[in-house]
Structures are given as C-alpha cells and as structure tokens.
Design a binder for this molecule. Structure first.
Ligand SMILES: [Zn+2]
Length: 352
C-alpha cells in the first residue's frame, strides 16, 4: 500500500492565464496551475486542478480517463497522467484474480493473462469517457487523444472518446470543438458497457435531464468508484442548464440513483467512493445531504410559485440562506442563478 501512496504525486505546472470565462465552471484551474493526484481506491486516481475533476483508471491495459479538464490545462494534465502511468505500471502488480478461494495459489498462470493482450510499458492512454461536453470536462480531449493510442476492439490512431449522444450537441460552441476532441463513439439509452478495462467492468450510465440532457456517470464495478460528473457538485449548487435540457428534478433523481447504486460500509459512511464533477471526493452520506438540500430548495421554490410569487420576489426571499455558506460561494454560479434555474425548471407555464 505504501507504494500506492507513493503515487500521490504533485506535479507543479506553469500557470496559464487564458480562461475565457464563457462557460459556467464550478471549479476553475487552480492559480499556479498545479495538478494534484489523489488515489481514491485501487488503480483508480483522481486528478484535481485541471478544470473539472478527472478520474483515471491506470493498469495493465493502459490509461482510461473520465473527462480531461480545460483546453488550457490539456498539456499539464497529459504530463500528470503520463507520470502517474509510469509510476503505477512500472511497479509489480498484485494478482487478485481468485480472491477468497483457498486454492488460489495452486494455479499460477493468471499472471500471464494480462501480458498476452497488453502493449508493453509505458502503457498508452487508450480512451476517454466524457461525462458532458462542457469546456471544463472535454477541453483537454484533443491533447490527450493525439497523445493516446487505442488497440483491440477499438483500434485506432489516437485514444477513443465515448460520450452520450446528446452531449456533443450541448457543447458551448459545437462548431468550435476541434475534430480530434469529438467522440469516436456515442451511446444512447440508459447505459453502455465497456469491455473489462484494467481488470474490471466499466459501465457508462446516462442520467437524463439533470445538469443537461447528455450527462453520464461512470461506474468502476471492481473498485466501487462512481465518477458522477456534474450531476453531483461539491463545490457549489448544482449547475442546472435549462437551455440544454437540465432540470432540478433530474438532479434529485440522479442523486437518488447514485444512492441506489452505492454500497455503504457503516451506516451511510464509507463504501462506494463517489467523485463529483467538482469539489472533494464523497460517499453516500455526502450524496444524501446534497440530495436533501436540492429537494428542500426545490420544495421551497415550488411553494412560492404556488402562492403566485414572481421570480424577483422568490429571489428576494433568499430561500437558500441556510445553505449558502456551504454551496453559495462560487461567483460564477451564485445562489440567485441556482434559484432562477430551479424556478424555470418548475415554472413550466412561462409566466414570470
Ligand atoms: Zn463541470
């Protein structure tokens, strides 16, 4: 385990200034341009500081990324991923293919299974799953795709890119997305199962009408890690993009779905690790609190709409005052903006 902890690498990068500020971002790249790597569990890592949280599966098959941060931080993220991959795959891997069976050691051949289909080290970045096509989630795609290499079922020049079919249409400026950043594969319906990656099943789940109508949550079934994207946000109130098909009910539904999928260790604590789109790593207890917060604010706004109050009156009522110290500190997604999004997603009659 100490080897794994040694992978807690901090890579100091040069600060890049060009943030266009056009998009709603819960978490901008850090001043100083520092990418921090955290090891939530097993061979799953979280990279913070490149825009949205990035989740990386690193192992014998290569590197699979969930999201890639902003375009400005693309090269820094790439350098951090390469260093992480070098450190992880150059250390001997433990064999865990028959956990719990007494005669596990009788057959020693399993250690060779990975090597017959895997490329030699250093392992390539094989693919990207985008939880949305927001610029702080897919901006690094082009840099990463060009540096990657896919093989096997998805053989191709660079790394592959998978996202929900609605996501690319929801890009801030779809015509400006570089072709290398575009998905090589989209899915529709509720989910998309990938083949085993680095020894575990990976499933991409669509969560409809939440942050947008193209959000995905990525489940690492062996590691018990969920990469939730922007349906879960620990940095500020959920960003509900009404124009792009988002809704407050979709955020509540997504949080309830995460709670259904998660397994707890003790009471509501521990167990499945959930990485939000922005902010710190969470467990079921955090998600339940967040679900309750969104539900309570939704009900307060709904009650005021029922009483015939207008949007300016509802904003003036400061309905989120008790939660603002925790969620209301991001100047690019203020309590008023959240209240307006909730209002607009509930007030379908269009009268303001
Ligand atoms: Zn985001």
């Amino acid at each position: 385990m100490s080897d794994r902890l040694a992978v807690l690498v901090t890579i100091v990068a040069v600060f890049l200034t060009a943030f266009d500020g056009v998009f709603i971002a819960g978490q901008q790249p850090r001043p100083g341009g520092e990418i921090r790597v955290l090891p939530p569990r097993g061979n799953i890592f979280m990279l913070a500081g490149g825009g949205a949280n990035i989740v990386a599966s690193v192992g014998r098959d290569g590197v699979l990324l969930v999201d890639t941060g902003t375009a400005e931080m693309g090269e820094k993220v790439l350098a951090a991923v390469r260093e992480l991959s070098r450190q992880v795959t150059s250390s001997p891997m433990r064999q865990q293919s028959c956990v719990g069976l007494v005669h596990c050691q009788w057959w020693d051949g399993s250690r060779f299974l990975g090597t017959t289909v895997s490329p030699p080290a250093p392992r390539p970045i094989i693919g990207i799953i985008n939880t949305s096509f927001d610029p702080d989630h897919m901006g690094g795609n082009a840099a990463i795709v060009n540096a990657g290499r896919s093989y096997g079922a998805r053989e191709g020049e660079g790394a592959w890119v998978i996202t929900h079919e609605n996501a690319p249409k929801r890009a801030a400026q779809p015509s400006l997305v570089p072709s290398a950043a575009l998905p090589t594969e989209t899915y529709f319906g509720t989910d998309k199962k990938l083949n085993f990656v680095n020894g575990e099943g990976v499933v991409v789940w669509h969560r409809p009408t939440a942050h947008t109508d193209g959000d995905s949550v990525v489940q690492f079934r062996g590691s018990e890690v969920l990469a939730a994207g922007d349906v879960l946000n620990m940095a500020n109130y959920p960003v509900i993009d009404i124009e792009k098909g988002g809704s407050v009910q979709g955020i509540v539904d997504a949080a309830n779905w995460i709670l259904d999928m998660a397994v707890v260790e003790h009471m509501m604590e521990g167990g499945t690790i959930i990485v939000p789109g922005h902010g710190r790593i969470t467990d079921s207890a955090d998600v339940a609190y967040y679900r309750d917060m969104v539900t309570i604010v939704r009900d307060r706004v709904r009650e005021m709409i029922k009483r015939g109050m207008t949007l300016p009156q509802i904003k003036a009522a400061k309905l989120t005052r008790d939660y603002d110290p925790r969620f209301g500190r991001n100047p690019s997604w203020t309590p008023d903006m959240f209240i307006e999004a909730v209002y607009r997603s509930l007030n379908t009659k269009g009268k303001e």
